[in-house]
Design a protein around this ligand. Structure first.
Ligand code: MF3
Ligand code: CO
Ligand code: CO
Length: 281
C-alpha cells in the first residue's frame, strides 16, 4: 500500500453506475416535477381506459382509445415506433408476460390482462401498468396471482430510500412472490426513466439484501415485476415482441415509476382515480 499522504480526491463523489457500469442519472427538483406530470398523465390514461376493459372488447380498440387520450392531452405514446413496436400500448393477456401487441383478440370473461402505457410529455417519459380482471368469474388462483404481484411491487417500492440498495428492492419482491410459490421473471427488468425511455439503472426483481446499486436522492426508475404462476422461464414469439411463459402458466405484472427523495420514495405514477389493484371502482 502507498504510505505517502493520501492523494487529493475529487470533492465531487464519483457518479453512481449500475451493474452494467452505466452512469445512473441524478435528477433535480424540476425534473421530478416534469416526471410527476408525465407520470400522472400515464396513470390517467389507465384510469380513462378502465371502464372500457370489459368482456367483448378487442385489444386494438383499447389501444385506439389510449392513443387518442394521450394525444388529446398533449403527449405521444412512447411505444409507437419504439424499436419498431407497432402500437400505443402493450396488452398482455393470461400467459403473455409482457409486450403483447394489441390486435383483434377480444377480452373474455375470466381473462386477466396487463395494460402498460408510456407517454412522452414535454420530452419526459411516464411509464406505468396495471392488471385487469375481465368480468367477474375470475379463477381464484388468477386473482391470487394478481394480488401477490401488486403486493410484491409495493413491497419493492417500500424498500426505496437513500442508502438502501437495488438488492433490497429485488429481495423484497422475490421473497413475497416465492412465499406464495410463484416465480419471478428474470429476463426483463425495471429501468431508469426520464428523458430516455430505458436508461440506467437496471432494476432486477430478484436480489439479495445489501447488494447492488446504493440508492441516492434524484434517481428515477421503474419497478415492474412480472410474476408467473408456474416456472419463471419465458420465450418470445415469432413477432419478435410477445413474451409468453414457457410452461403456459399465467403471468401478471404491475409497474410504477418512482423517484428516490431525500427521505424515501415518491411514486410518480399514482392513479388520480385512486385505482391500485383490481377490481377498480
Ligand atoms: N412500457 C414497457 C416497459 O415497461 C416497454 C414497452 S416497449 C415496447 O418498459 F416497445 F414493447 F412497447
Ligand atoms: Co417500464
Ligand atoms: Co411499461
Amino acid at each position: 500500500m502507498d504510505t505517502r499522504a493520501a492523494r487529493q480526491t475529487s470533492p465531487v463523489a464519483a457518479p453512481p453506475v449500475d451493474d452494467e457500469g452505466r452512469p445512473v442519472p441524478l435528477h433535480d427538483e424540476a425534473a421530478f416535477e416534469a416526471m410527476a406530470r408525465a407520470g400522472e398523465l400515464a396513470a390517467r390514461t389507465l384510469d380513462f381506459v378502465t371502464p372500457h376493459v370489459q368482456p367483448g372488447v378487442a385489444t386494438i380498440e383499447l389501444d385506439r382509445l389510449i392513443d387518442g387520450f394521450m394525444r388529446d392531452h398533449g403527449a405521444v405514446p412512447a411505444t409507437l415506433g419504439y424499436r419498431g413496436y407497432p402500437a400505443s400500448s402493450c396488452i398482455s393477456i393470461n400467459h403473455v408476460v409482457n409486450h403483447g401487441i394489441p390486435n383483434e383478440r377480444r377480452l373474455r370473461e375470466g381473462d386477466i390482462a396487463n395494460i402498460d402505457v408510456t407517454v412522452i410529455l414535454d420530452g419526459w417519459y411516464g411509464d406505468t401498468s396495471r392488471m385487469y380482471l375481465i368480468g367477474d368469474k375470475i379463477p381464484i388462483r388468477a386473482r391470487k396471482l394478481v394480488d401477490v404481484t401488486y403486493d410484491a411491487m409495493m413491497a419493492g417500492i417500500a424498500q426505496v430510500a437513500p442508502g438502501r440498495t437495488l438488492g433490497d428492492v429485488g429481495h423484497a419482491i422475490q421473497s413475497l412472490a416465492e412465499a406464495a410459490r410463484f416465480s419471478v421473471v428474470r429476463d426483463f427488468v425495471g429501468h431508469g426513466v426520464g428523458r430516455r425511455f430505458h436508461d440506467a439503472p437496471q432494476v432486477h426483481h430478484v436480489g439479495r439484501p445489501g447488494e447492488g446499486l446504493v440508492l441516492q436522492p434524484g434517481m428515477i426508475f421503474t419497478i415492474e415485476p412480472m410474476i408467473n404462476a408456474g416456472r419463471h422461464e419465458v420465450k418470445i414469439l415469432a413477432d419478435g415482441w410477445t413474451t409468453v411463459t414457457r410452461d403456459r402458466s399465467l403471468s401478471a405484472q404491475f409497474e410504477h415509476t418512482v423517484g428516490v427523495t431525500q427521505d424515501g420514495v415518491r411514486i410518480l405514477t399514482p392513479s388520480p382515480a385512486g385505482y391500485t389493484r383490481p377490481p377498480y371502482g
